[in-house]
Design a protein around this ligand. Structure first.
Ligand code: UDP
Length: 262
């Protein structure tokens, strides 16, 4: 069994990745500096055989593979997004630093692979939700659920017609695991192709929480992608992977989690 080094291992996705690797018999070294990660996310893993934790800031240099994002596609002009689409990113917009950093990270990864022969994988992660998301990270899932549970207005940005496709965390983690175990070097989309508008999503959260909170419209942030949906043909064919958790089931688990931590 291999040893897995998981950076950001105390974060939302990282902690779920740690669990899956341990479950499948790997040794896991989790690195986090708790800037956004939370010790509570890995508390249950401390002391477990094969698990070790190192408090470290990865910006101090470390040799690893990193995760990419659907943000590399920017505000896409091609829909749904396939891996061979190069994207439509505004380099000087408010999302520019994040988007370009991830694009540069992909470029670096490929350069290390091509020039130094480093074994690398690039996963393009689309919108993901589930237990252990940070309540105040500004993302739509924790925002809407916490607003609904507190009976505060659900803040829909713009007219809510922009679309996203939400993947439950266990599906995403399984996809990442299969990609890491494969020998595919080129970027691979992992996400759920079930696309909906943000307004529909707000209504769904209201229905599942049984909340009577109103929906309020707020200005749309600059460069907010208008559409996003992964084309997962590649993951389906290559990894025999596709999401299996229906939105309603995943949201019920996520809502349970937020009820406990709120
Ligand atoms: N959004 C919203 N209300 C909120 C937070 C987000 O309407 O309180 C919208 C946001 O404008 C975007 C979508 O929900 O269109 C997803 O936003 P998020 O930040 O979760 O992810 P990303 O934009 O990176 O896909």
């Amino acid at each position: 069994m291999t040893r897995a080094l998981i950076t950001g291992g105390a974060g939302f996705l990282g902690s779920h990745l740690c669990e899956l690797f341990l479950e499948r018999g790997h040794e896991v070294i989790c690195i986090d500096n708790f800037i956004t990660g939370n010790p509570a996310n890995i508390q249950h893993l401390i002391g477990r055989e094969g698990f070790s934790f190192v408090k470290y800031d990865v910006t101090n240099y470390i040799h690893i593979v990193i995760a990419s994002t659907s943000e590399v596609y920017g505000d896409p002009l091609v829909h749904p997004q396939k891996e061979d689409y190069w994207g439509n990113v505004n380099p000087v917009g408010p999302r520019g630093v994040y988007d370009e950093a991830k694009r540069f990270a992909e470029a670096m990864t490929m350069a290390y692979h091509r020039f130094h022969g480093v074994e690398t994988r690039i996963v393009r992660i689309f919108n993901t939700y589930g237990p252990r998301m940070r309540i105040k990270d500004g993302r739509v899932v924790p925002a809407f659920i916490s607003q609904a549970l507190r009976n505060e207005p659900l803040t829909v940005f713009g007219d809510g017609s922009q679309t996203r496709s939400f993947c439950f965390v266990t599906d995403l983690i399984e996809g990442i695991y299969r990609l890491l175990m494969s020998d595919e070097v080129n970027p691979t989309n992992i996400g759920n192709p079930n696309e909906m508008t943000v307004l529909q999503f707000a209504q769904e959260i209201k229905r599942l929480t049984g909340s009577s909170a109103p929906i309020e419209f707020r200005p749309l942030p600059e460069d907010d992608p208008k559409i996003r949906r992964p084309d997962i043909t590649k993951a389906r064919t290559l990894l025999h992977w596709e999401p299996v958790v229906p939105l309603e089931e995943g949201l019920a688990k996520t809502i349970d989690y937020f009820r406990r931590v709120l």
